[in-house]
Ligand binder design. Structure first.
Ligand code: BGC
Length: 261
């Protein structure tokens, strides 16, 4: 049976957001619920908020799948890194912690992977064959590597080393704000170097730029000199929720592929 609706939950640094997603349309079928991220954002405290969100949507969701995003490497349900989140996530059995709190299965995925798959299915990279690299520019830099529609998870291209620096510490949107750079200077001094390196290493067919800044893409994307087309994301802050919902439903269809336990 094809799943039509799934719950997507996006765990961010300041808010945890959820909505029921219509997987035929790739859009929310309910309002979005947002709850502040608890501080400290330990796995148990965050699981409690995820549980509240799931309870809020219980009637609409029924037995439908639940997908949850997190800004960390997620390997077989274990969170393996914590660049911009509480260090207690490192090596935490995060998927199991959520499942115990919710009393049902969930699918945990990296936040940029979720946003990327949503852009490839319904957004800026819809129907794009070949290699699409979606990057999210926010507190850090997230990435999704998608080849002919298939996600290669946990690419972590925000952490490639460029000129002796971890790339996200030079080129993220938060760094632009912290250093008081204009969008123009950020594009020419930081993003150019970042994206030309990605282009050289991966030869993508399309680059998609997501994260909150994609709304202002006219201020910086036209300044980049690349051979690869580079376009703003379309789903904006819905991408994580929509992608997580889709990945959760997809995992039920293909239990042995994509993101396994
Ligand atoms: C993390 C990634 C995450 C990205 C965006 C990076 O610092 O390492 O896992 O996808 O930030 O949140």
């Amino acid at each position: 049976m094809k799943t039509r609706y799934a719950l997507g939950i996006d765990i961010g640094g300041s808010g945890i957001k959820g909505a029921i997603v219509d997987l035929k349309k790739g859009e929310f079928s309910t309002d979005r619920l947002r709850i502040d991220t608890p501080q400290p954002a330990t796995p148990e405290a965050v699981a409690d908020v995820v549980g509240q969100i799931a309870e809020h949507f219980a009637d609409e969701l029924g037995a439908g799948p639940i997908g949850v995003t997190i800004p960390a490497i997620v390997q077989h349900g274990i969170t393996r890194s914590a660049a911009n989140i509480d260090k207690s996530w490192i090596d935490a059995p995060a998927e199991k912690i959520f499942e115990e709190r919710l009393g049902r299965d969930i699918t945990l995925v990296n936040d940029a992977d979720a946003a990327g798959i949503a852009e490839v299915r319904w957004g800026a990279a819809a129907k794009q064959p070949g290699l699409v690299i979606v990057t999210t520019l926010g507190t850090g830099i997230g990435s999704a590597l998608i080849y002919n529609g298939v996600l290669i998870p946990n690419s972590e291209l925000g952490h490639i080393e460029i000129d002796g620096h971890d790339a996200e510490t030079r080129a993220s949107a938060a760094v632009r704000e912290r250093e008081g750079m204009t969008h123009e200077d950020w594009a020419t001094e930081r993003l150019q170097r970042y994206y030309e390196t990605i282009e050289f290493l991966f030869s993508p067919d399309l680059l998609v730029v997501g994260g909150g800044v994609s709304k202002k893409s006219k201020k910086f994307l036209p300044l980049l000199k690349l051979k690869t087309p580079i376009v703003p994301a379309k789903l904006l802050n819905a991408a994580g929720i929509v992608g997580a919902a889709w990945l959760a439903a997809d995992r039920l269809k293909n239990p042995d592929t994509l993101i396994d336990k």
